[in-house]
Design a protein around this ligand. Sequence first.
Ligand code: NAD
Ligand code: MG
Ligand code: MG
Ligand code: MG
Ligand code: MG
Length: 343
Amino acid sequence: MTEFTTTVYYDDDADRSHIDSKTVAILGYGSQGHAHAQNLAESGVDVVVGLRPGSSSRAAAREDGLRVASPAEAAAEGDIVSILVPDTVQPAVFEEIRDGLEAGDTLQFAHGFNIHYSQIEPPEDVDVTLVAPKSPGHLVRRNYENDEGTPGLIAVYQDTTGEAKDEALAYAHGIGCTRAGVIETTFREETETDLFGEQAVLCGGVTSLVKQGYETLVDAGYSPEMAYFECLNELKLIVDLMYEGGLGEMWDSVSDTAEFGGLTRGDRIVDEHSRERMEEVLEEVQDGTFAREWILENQAGRPSYNQLKDAEESHGIEEVGRPLRDLFAWNDGDDEETEKAEA
Ligand code: NAD
Ligand code: MG
Ligand code: MG
Ligand code: MG
Ligand code: MG
């Protein structure tokens, strides 16, 4: 048995009696919403999807055989209300549904942002839990259909019934997460590690590394196409190896030359300065600076966000990448398209 520093829960640890006679309201039918709703329904749980009257997702949910109501109606009916709309619209949706929450109901999230940064202040007599699959929704759905699981997290912020954790585990069972393993965390840890990871490494760090590498080659006179392949396209092969077998499998699979070059040069590129910047970024997550910035940005209509997004889209690596990717019939980079279509 593998030794973990934390407890991992599997199917046998979940007691489905904590959810089987309850109604789950799923608010939102996007990436996570469609997967939670369909997986729970197929697991035999009563599900109602809460969507605004004009929402284009209403038809999709009905086609998938699910019952649809307004968010307020669904929440009033639900014993467990799972908030799966975008984080930035959750506070407004919460105002619409709060009157439908009864003592002993559960308000459930898939990310801790709004609770941790006090953007939603839940009534004192409801349970507040988190069940967060560590995958985009289309994989949560696909894995379930293939009798496989998706690893996930659970957390309890408020436990008024004494059953909050058992119910979260039962929900995690219903969407297939306990098949793969579920780790218990806290709202604080989930929120802060998620934000740090996406800012410093996954989304922010990686894209900056890719762009700087690309620009260095192009500025030195190499062709943009070559720079694109070396600095962006091949990243997938490297990441796949790390995903399968950690850093070791990647180092074992590349040439000795690549291994020696990487081991001697990597820490010169991402060095102690980057490490200090990472600590700064972590502090901004911990002390609420980032959350405040993002909340104000949304209130102002996202001026910086839109400007940065435009600049990113017109970067040379994007201009050269679009036609290049079209050359590859085998390119399965349309996962995102699939996800959007499903959403
Ligand atoms: P999403 O953007 O894919 O879907 C949002 C859905 O909410 C839409 O399809 C629509 O049905 C509804 N919606 C959109 N705008 C709305 C509005 N203004 N008012 C009411 N309803 C609206 O969202 P998502 O990515 O599934 O995120 C849901 C939650 O899951 C978030 O808390 C997110 O952090 C968390 N989460 C997401 C992922 C992921 O991979 N996408 C992974 C783990 C956790
Ligand atoms: Mg209710
Ligand atoms: Mg994450
Ligand atoms: Mg995130
Ligand atoms: Mg090479």
